[in-house]
Ligand binder design. Structure first.
Ligand code: ANZ
Ligand code: ZN
Length: 862
């Protein structure tokens, strides 16, 4: 924040009207309520459309500083596009199901619904005062049956397509919240919500088959290049984690069935000196079933230790390698070589096939393991040999200065150096494949395996299916009925919504089974299929289901007949600009992208990506760290608003720096913002000319500042350089104040023009002040709907000179022109001048003298 505005001791030098933000807020709020300037209700609206969406909040309390930042920045964009002549859809709602509400309700002994609705009411009233340009006729909350019935509808669509299914598996379990967590909700081995260590538990759960969409979710990211932050794109790519390679079969001594391993390096097949299986895999259990009695307890003990180890630790490279030799052997498919089988925790049971061929010479983790257990290391790729196409790095001998050709560089033995050879090179020790480059060998070995039925090209993903069931109360009931005769029976669509049973009388405390199970009247129903006794599914859906499609519900939030109207989706969607925190860079965006593709496949929508452009705002901090109650550095939004006013807080959010950066509230000055707003507001107050003045007659110097602002601001806003726009506005206001106080004075047309442009542009950041200025300048509300003024190109020229147009030696007109203007251009301008034309009248022009850039003299005869 500009510190020149900052000093509280500086007396307010500018006399005149007193800027009272509270009065201005109280004045305009009811007028806007009446006027609904941001309504998108008119179906006949001919303006082009834009859909600007802010991520909707959890109603976990009143609005906080983070909300204030997000909604201030999103609103700059929404308001900007309206000035550019667009019909902007900018809705808001509440993501009102989920654990925070439920835990708070349990703690206070309240009904989650009542608690949630109270918070929404409070947030809504704060939000209204904060005045983002929302269309208040399109509000939704996900805990409303009118909303969640469409979650249930969506679930049934996926169920019908085989994309929603149940399976028993090891799931992430938070012992504190007593609930399962999606992989995405486990952060560094801990529960995202309560920070407790996550354990594993075997449970039957509902999943969405997002892995079916892995390729599309990955490949379509290319469409978003440049429009989404590159960091988010790479987070999405890593999360999906596509890897390509081959499946290779190994026969096992004393077992009929072969074991398949997944490898990204089939070229290193001749270097596989042992096999490793995940200790917690079914395969390991089977392999130890009939081993020597001494091996068994060793394995069991190891397995128990592994069960208590987080996936993070298992994948860590700097952890000491552990494992157990199973005293069994596998036979290398191509070489016929017999290799030992080990169980070790660095191999995961749920990736690939839970078993690997270990190539210690070329894989670091395998090498670490081989060195720990004294297993053989065999080099099969000579990484010192140049590969066609690759430019070899030439080293020089430090003594002789002679180049050391790559062939001369020694091939270092990984078992001695401890460093695996992972680079390019040519195959050695690999029978018929010797001499091939790594990439050729990958192809050729895979072909050879395929030819002999021992392998095939394969792909793997880090992405897992989306676990969507939760054993908690405050969520969307899963619309399935379990019948002993008929199995899983979908609730007929006509019977949606399956309403949540009232919380009263239910024990909401987490205990591993869903609280809904306690509502026996609700649970026990007739099977929709056979009429026999059956039970409702008692799980509720992950709230990420709710937020995976909410942007479509805003198009007709109150329609009781369909989830969304495909015609409205055609008109408005996808979202042109999405704004929200980077905390949602993976989960929420991935799920919304997935559901969008599912809806596309169902034929409901015609686009495949939900959010065309994305802006991630930073966080609001205090003294360099996140605000928190326990740290005692919590800045309360309501207090900031009371002290400085809505506009000053909003302006501060935009002025603090680039939107992506964190804002440290200790480093900014909302008081300075308020001072600037007062200064801008008084400028409008001091304008003495009337709205019908001709701007062209105004002071050229001030006009140039105004028009340079008009020309530059759109590009700056579109590049999200809001802070620069604010700085430029400050410059404009200062120049206007100078013009008012000195020459050419408050009555000059340029002063009015500058004040009007200030009001219009200030609407992006400080809507109350802007509206009040607009009214002071003699106009009707709302300034939010004023078309962006066009910059006059002549006024954009850095140093304009004044050209004089004469007719028969008498000055008839003057014009600001570029010092570089051409003779022809200047003559054309002179001829097009109205004053010149009037003076020439119907006499004949006999001679034109042009001295660019300063003079044109027209001689006539008549
Ligand atoms: C032999 C090999 C040689 C490998 C080599 C790598 C380098 P990404 O890229 O992540 O897909 N792997 C396969 N399944 C595994 C599992 N369940 N747990 C742990 N590691 C597993 O990695 C694939 C590589 O990781 C595979 O290729 C395999 O090791 C290992 F010079 O096979 B590789
Ligand atoms: Zn039945």
């Amino acid at each position: 924040m500009a510190h020149e505005h900052d000093s509280a001791t500086t007396p307010v030098r500018e006399a005149g009207a007193h800027y009272d933000f509270a009065e201005i807020q109280n004045k305009w709020l009811p007028i806007w309520d009446e006027l609904k300037p941001f309504s998108t209700a008119d179906p006949g609206d001919k303006r082009p459309r834009k859909y600007v969406l802010d991520m909707f909040p959890y109603p976990s309390g009143d609005l906080h500083m983070g909300h204030a930042e997000a909604y201030a920045l999103g609103d700059v964009i929404a308001r900007y596009w309206r000035h550019q002549g667009f019909n902007v859809l900018h809705p808001i709602g509440w993501d009102s199901f989920g654990l925070p509400a439920e835990n708070a309700a349990i703690k206070r002994g309240l009904d989650p619904a009542g608690w949630t609705n109270d918070n929404i009411a409070q947030q809504k009233s704060s939000m209204r005062r904060y005045a983002p340009s929302f269309d208040w006729d399109r509000v939704l909350q996900t805990s409303d049956p009118g909303y969640y019935r469409w979650n249930q509808w969506l679930f049934l669509q996926l169920h019908e397509k085989g994309l929603a299914y149940r399976k028993a598996s090891q799931v992430n379990w938070c012992p504190f919240d007593q609930t399962v967590l999606a992989n995405e909700q486990v952060v560094n081995g801990r529960c995202e919500r309560c920070d407790n260590l996550v354990t594993k538990k075997k449970l039957t759960q509902w999943y969405f088959r997002i892995t079916d969409y892995a390729d599309r979710l990955l490949d379509d990211l290319n469409q978003l290049e440049g429009a989404w932050p590159s960091k988010v794109l790479s987070m999405q790519r890593n999360w999906i984690g596509r890897s390509t390679g081959a499946d290779v079969q190994f026969t096992i001594d004393g077992r009929d069935e072969p074991v398949t391993v997944y490898t990204t390096r089939p070229d290193t097949l001749y270097g596989a000196t042992f096999m490793v299986v995940a200790p917690d895999s079914d395969l390991a259990a089977e392999l130890v079933a009939d081993v020597r009695p001494e091996v068994r307890p060793r394995f069991d003990q190891y397995l128990e230790a592994v069960r208590g180890t987080t996936e993070m630790d298992r994948l860590s490279t700097d952890r000491e390698k552990t494992g157990v030799f199973l005293e069994r052997h596998a036979v290398n498919a191509l070489t016929g070589e017999r290799i030992p089988i080990w169980a070790a925790d660095y191999v995961l049971s749920d990736y690939g096939h839970g078993a690997i061929m270990a190539v210690p010479a070329h894989d670091q983790r395998d090498l670490d393991f081989a060195r720990a257990f004294d297993l053989p290391v065999r080099i099969v790729v000579d990484t010192t040999q140049p590969v066609t196409g690759a430019i070899p790095i030439i080293h020089t001998d430090p003594v002789t200065g002679e180049p050391i050709l790559p062939e001369d560089a020694p091939l270092e033995n990984p078992s001695e150096t401890g460093v695996a050879l992972t680079g390019e090179g040519r195959l050695i020790n690999s029978g018929p494949f010797d001499g091939l480059s790594k990439s050729n060998a990958i192809r050729r070995v895979t072909e050879a395996l395929q030819g002999s039925g021992l392998g095939a090209p394969a792909k793997n993903y880090r992405l897992r299916d989306w676990l969507i069931s939760r054993q908690r109360y405050w969520g969307t009931p899963i619309p399935i009925i379990h019948c002993e005769q008929c199995g899983e029976v979908p609730v007929p669509e006509s019977e949606l919504p399956v309403l949540l049973p009232p919380a009263e009388g239910l024990d909401l405390r987490p205990k591993g089974t869903s609280p809904l199970g306690g509502a026996s009247d609700w649970v026990n129903v007739a099977c929709p299929n056979c009429g026999g006794p059956a039970e409702r599914d008692t799980d509720t859906m992950d709230t990420f289901v709710d937020s995976s499609w909410y942007f479509l519900r805003f198009l007709n939030p109150n329609d009781p007949t369909q989830a969304f109207d495909p015609k409205e989706a055609e008109k408005w969607a996808p979202v042109d600009q999405y704004i929200g925190g980077v905390t949602h860079a993976i989960l929420h965006l991935l799920y919304a992208r997935f559901i969008t593709k599912v809806l596309f496949d169902l034929g409901s929508i015609s686009f495949t990506e939900p959010f065309t452009a994305l802006l991630n705002q930073g966080m609001v901090q205090m003294d360099g760290s996140a605000m928190s109650k326990s740290r005692g550095n919590l800045v309360k939004l309501s207090e900031q608003l009371d002290e400085h006013g809505v506009d000053a807080v909003r302006l501060t959010m935009s002025f603090a720096g680039p939107p992506e950066d964190d804002i440290d509230w200790a480093d900014v000055s909302p008081a300075g913002s308020a001072k600037f707003l007062a200064r801008a507001w008084r400028v409008a107050h001091d304008v003495t000319s009337s709205p019908d003045v001709v701007w062209k007659t105004g002071d050229p110097a001030l006009r140039r500042v105004t028009h340079r602002f008009l020309a530059d601001a759109p590009g700056l806003v579109e590049a999200f350089k809001f802070n620069v726009v604010v700085a430029r506005l400050m410059e404009l206001v200062n120049a206007t104040r100078k013009a008012i106080d000195g020459a050419p004075g408050a009555g000059d047309a340029a002063v009015r023009e500058a004040a009007e442009v200030t009001a219009m542009a200030l609407n992006l950041f400080a809507p109350y002040t802007a509206e009040d200025m607009w009214q002071k300048l003699g106009y009707e509300p709302s300034v939010a709907l004023v078309p962006w003024r066009k910059a006059d190109p002549i006024l954009l020229i850095e140093e304009a000179v004044t050209a004089v147009f004469q007719v028969d030696g008498k000055v008839r007109d003057r014009l600001e022109v570029s010092p570089k203007i051409s003779t022809d251009e200047l003559e054309a301008l002179a001829r097009s001048s109205e004053a010149v034309a009037r003076s020439v009248g119907d006499r004949e022009i006999v001679n034109v003298i042009v001295r660019a850039p300063r003079l044109v003299n027209i001689a006539t005869r008549g």
